[in-house]
Design a protein around this ligand. Structure first.
Ligand SMILES: Nc1ncnc2c1ncn2[C@@H]1O[C@H](COP(=O)(O)OP(=O)(O)O)[C@@H](O)[C@H]1O
Ligand SMILES: [Mg+2]
Length: 404
């Protein structure tokens, strides 16, 4: 088994369909733990990883590609020939993104972990043609990536967990657990992508102690309203929302949605907070000032995260574990208004807001680093789904390998 340190490129594109994040990481293992920011102690059964971020970059999708990706997620409109073509096109774009990053960093990856673009995810089994079936679909042809880069590519991470009875998500849990668990402080690792998802890690947690679920919308509603009202793909730095006032009665109504009251585990997607939700949002805010509508959408993300803490996470505090920190990642961490609102909502809960950047993981790179790590685990023939989070019956080797 190959245990020497590897240079691994992680490639991520999330539900925002904003583009491609690439992180290049050196990953190795140590038998004995050593102090230092890049060394993270493990459970005895897990190896002791050394994870060092060498660099990262972000490549927005060209606007025609973004439109095609969003159309591909729309079951009513997608055409099968276009889906097949999109798979190969994204393979080319992922390869180009890695090549560009390698050139910039003057480094070459030994291995790639490529998440792909999720077109459809249904983690819970439902009846389909007489059988109970769960399904997921990530596109972006790994054979193309492997051919262009000349190194093996691990892709398609979610199906193995689902074949083991899991929801296929969240998989980032593995990195969260390895990187952020702490002997003294309970931490909530909160990612704000299109959807907002979190991992709650009690102090001194074993892998089975982590709690992970989606709290609700992340940037998805903000982005959609920004596009609809201002013709902008997103509210850069939260400037527009900062100029508006929160519509409190409407916000309270939105926060009563069934999803927010549902107990975890739960996952959200465009099904919950996509087109339909945004249409309803606009209907209820009719006649309000445009910037107030955006401020309200931003507050919805911040408050629904705080509500999720109050309802589902903080009650799990014990004598040995108090949650004291929320550590933020994802594109939403760059929305200053959202961060300000979130910090305010967490204050009464005695949660301090920090960024993953403080731990050497830039907010926009964290998920790409996670898939580099998962690729490394699979390459070393180790299972890396944390079954307490995904609900799988047994550990599973995540992903498929395309050899160059
Ligand atoms: N400077 C910024 N100001 C405001 N919002 C930002 C900024 N940078 C990124 N974002 C938000 O983050 C989103 C992308 O976040 P990301 O973590 O890539 O999500 P996903 O994983 O769903 O692709 C963008 O659509 C945008 O809403
Ligand atoms: Mg993204």
């Amino acid at each position: 088994m190959n245990k020497k340190a590897l240079i691994v490129a992680g490639v991520m594109s999330g539900t925002s369909a904003d583009g491609i994040n690439v992180a290049v990481v050196r990953i190795g293992e140590k038998k004995i733990g050593r102090a230092g920011s890049n060394f993270r102690m493990h459970q005895p059964k897990l190896p002791l990883h050394r994870i060092e971020l060498l660099g990262h970059a972000e490549y927005p999708y060209p606007s025609k590609v973004r439109t095609a990706v969003l159309a591909a997620m729309n079951a009513e409109r997608a055409r099968v020939a276009d889906l097949a073509r999109l798979n190969f096109l994204l393979g080319e774009l992922y390869a180009e993104a890695v090549l560009a990053t390698q050139t910039r960093l003057k480094i070459t990856a030994d291995l790639v972990g490529c998440h792909g673009q999720t077109l459809y995810h249904q983690g819970e089994a439902i009846f389909f043609l007489g059988r109970k079936i769960a399904a997921t679909w990530q596109t972006g042809e790994a054979a193309v990536v492997a051919a262009r880069l000349g190194v093996p590519v691990v892709s398609d991470f979610r199906p193995a967990d689902m074949a083991a009875g899991g929801k296929g998500a969240p998989l980032v849990l593995f990195l969260d657990y390895i990187f952020f668990r702490d002997p003294r402080v309970g931490r909530i690792i909160q990612n704000i992508g299109g959807i907002a998802n979190l991992t709650a890690i009690p102090a001194r947690a074993r892998p089975t102690d982590v709690l992970a679920f989606d709290s609700g919308p992340g940037n998805m509603v903000i982005d959609a309203l920004s596009e609809a009202l201002f013709g902008k793909a997103y509210d850069r730095d939260g400037k527009i929302a900062a100029s508006g006032a929160i519509l409190e009665p409407q916000l309270r109504k939105f926060l009563e949605a069934k999803f927010f009251r549902q107990s975890p585990p739960k996952t959200a997607g465009r099904e919950e907070f996509g087109r339909e939700f945004v249409r309803e949002f606009l209907r209820r805010c009719a006649r309000a000032r445009k910037q107030d509508i955006l401020a309200t959408a931003t507050a919805l993300t911040a408050r629904s995260i705080a509500d999720a803490m109050r309802r589902f996470v903080l009650p799990k505090s014990t004598a040995h574990n108090t949650y004291r920190e929320m550590i933020l990642s994802g594109g939403g961490a760059r929305n200053a208004t959202l961060v300000r609102m979130l910090r305010g909502s967490l204050l009464p809960l005695r949660l301090r807001l920090r960024l993953t950047d403080e731990f050497g993981l830039p907010a926009e790179a964290k998920e790409a680093v996670a898939f580099a790590l998962l690729a490394y685990e699979t390459w070393n023939r180790r299972a890396s789904n944390l079954t307490s989070g995904t609900g799988a019956q047994h550990p599973a080797f995540l992903g498929k390998i395309s050899y160059a």
